[in-house]
Design a protein around this ligand. Structure first.
Ligand code: 13P
Length: 339
């Protein structure tokens, strides 16, 4: 693997007008999503749902990559083609979630550390064989009474940096994802401070672990108010504080920044992204999306676990992908979206 290939992958992930679809829900998370539509989570139902997401005609116009879960990268379409091969044929890059989840951090009540470094070198080699071009590792930072602690931030960014170095060694582009959660009643000013502290610590650690920033994609939360905060920040404020926070913390060498949706509604995640791209260009990096819920929720709702709803669900997904593609260009219109 040449560094040229890593560079091309990273650039392609955030190519103009394109973003990433995250469908890497772990077993407990996909079960929660399926519970909401009264659908049992089985190997067959998960395969059928991911088939719908992966084979959506026309998605390659808006989507550069799809993040898969370990089970999913080993599954096949109805006609027996591996999902990863199906994606590559469409010009969509397969990605893979490689962390093994956020676990309680000892000595830090209410805080988590993401695990998965043990054996990661071997797992990455296998994922590479299975077609993965990029990977994802998500760390969660919780705002609460006396949290986050520096101990939690440091443990998480250390793991992110070790993961990123291993990915680059394996010829896989690391997507590093520190997520400051929306849970809580905090203001978006506090979200700003915590996101800033986390990103400063992250880039310091990436430097210490010799991670090439040119071959790394940042996936991060927007600077939003906590879900329970009585005064929700306006669209203008979210865009202004998010852009300001990123300008203060993210080196220009990073090829692109993608956002997670984190519990925002599908429309708000699009509106916020559009606001940043419409009003703050040019920035040192493209700002795009790597949404899970904000792309999938309306589609999942239309699907309801039923084969006869597949075409309708795919059309709804494609519509959200198109809207977010327009938002990466600052050309989204809420009126057209609703029409
Ligand atoms: P959400 O957009 O649903 O937050 O998920 C994105 C993701 O991949 C979180 O790790």
């Amino acid at each position: 693997m040449s560094t040229k290939e890593l560079e091309q992958t990273a650039e392609a992930m955030v190519a103009e007008g394109k973003g990433i679809l995250a469908i890497d829900e772990s077993f407990p998370t996909i079960k929660n999503r399926f519970d909401d539509i009264n659908t049992e989570s089985t190997e067959a139902s998960r395969r059928a749902y991911r088939d719908l997401l992966i084979t959506n005609p026309g998605a390659n116009e808006y989507i550069s990559g799809i993040i898969l879960f370990d089970e999913t990268i080993r599954q096949f379409t109805a006609d027996g083609t591996p999902f990863s091969e199906t994606l590559i044929k469409q010009g969509i890059m397969p990605g893979i979630k490689v962390d093994t989840g956020a676990k309680d951090l000892a000595g830090h009540p209410g805080e988590k550390v993401t695990e998965g470094l043990d054996g990661l070198r071997d797992r990455l080699a296998e994922y590479k064989q299975l077609g993965a071009k990029f990977a994802k590792w998500r760390a969660v930072i919780t705002i609460g009474e006396g949290t986050p602690s520096m101990g939690c931030i440091e443990a998480n960014v250390h793991a992110l940096a070790r993961y990123a170095a291993l990915c680059q060694e394996a010829g896989i582009v690391p997507m590093v994802e520190p997520e400051v959660l929306m849970d809580g009643d905090h203001t978006n000013e506090l979200c700003y401070d915590v996101t800033e502290a986390t990103l400063k610590a992250l880039f310091n650690e990436l430097y210490k672990q010799n991670v090439a920033l040119e071959h790394t994609i940042l996936k991060v939360n927007m600077v939003v108010s906590g879900k329970g905060c009585p005064t929700q920040a306006s669209v203008d404020d979210v865009a202004a504080l998010t852009v300001n926070c990123l300008l203060n913390t993210v080196p220009a060498a990073i090829p692109g920044i993608v956002f997670l949706s984190g519990g925002q509604s599908a429309e708000m995640a699009t509106v916020h992204l559009n606001e940043m791209n419409a009003n703050y260009a040019p920035l040192p990096w493209p700002l795009s999306f790597s949404y899970g819920r904000a792309l999938q929720a309306p589609c999942l709702d239309a699907w309801q676990g039923k084969e006869e709803n597949v075409i309708k669900a795919q059309a709804i997904l494609l519509h959200r992908e198109k809207c977010n593609s327009q938002a990466t260009l600052g050309k989204y219109s809420a009126e057209d979206d609703a029409a």
